[in-house]
Design a protein. Structure first.
Length: 187
């Protein structure tokens, strides 16, 4: 019995020695192969400004940004921790806002996918809520096939599917499933 305890203690010390004596040099670590799916650029607390003819068009704020432009079928930017976009009109005044908990922007096709707790608010203070929305930057259009809820100053409209201009001022609901009037009683 005593010999078994002795062997166990020696084994424990040998294991600890091996664990604490392993050390990799910085060069060895840097020489390890990088995954083909690793982002080529990363950023935290990012603000991007998009302009056209020296006029501000879009401001994007994101907690984290991952850019993938190598070993992918189409370069993309992933916003895994949510984002907030402000869209500006010709006078550089806010025309709409878009926020979501997750986003992907495809560089070549100029499409952006927004997912999870998506909200769009326009200049008339109308709010669109859905779980998935696609923004086609070339067509200046947003759309979804998912369930939607639109809150206006006088109504709440529920439906399925929507097509709108990008500032959410002209929209068409594909299938209205309910409309509720809001009573605004002034005292």
């Amino acid at each position: 019995m005593r010999m078994g305890k002795y062997i166990s203690v020696v084994y424990l010390f040998v294991c600890l020695f091996v664990i604490f004596s392993c050390e990799n040099s910085k060069n060895e670590i840097m020489a390890l192969p990088v995954s083909n799916n690793a982002p080529s650029q990363t950023g935290d607390s990012v603000t991007l400004l998009y302009t056209d003819s020296a006029k501000l068009k879009v401001m994007l704020r994101a907690n984290q940004m991952l850019v993938y432009d190598k070993n992918v079928s189409e370069p993309m930017t992933i916003l895994p921790k949510g984002f907030y976009i402000t869209i500006f009109d010709q006078s550089e005044k806010t025309s709409a806002t878009l926020k979501a908990r997750y986003g992907v922007r495809y560089t070549n096709s100029h499409l952006m996918l927004a997912k999870y707790a998506v909200e769009v608010v326009n200049v008339r203070n109308e709010k669109l809520e859905t779980e998935k929305l696609i923004w086609n930057e070339n067509k200046k259009q947003i759309y979804t096939d998912d369930y939607i809820k639109i809150t206006t100053p006088t109504q709440i409209i529920n439906g399925k599917g929507l097509v709108s201009n990008e500032d959410f001022t002209k929209y068409e609901i594909r299938e209205v499933t309910g409309t509720f009037n809001i009573n605004n009683h002034e005292k």
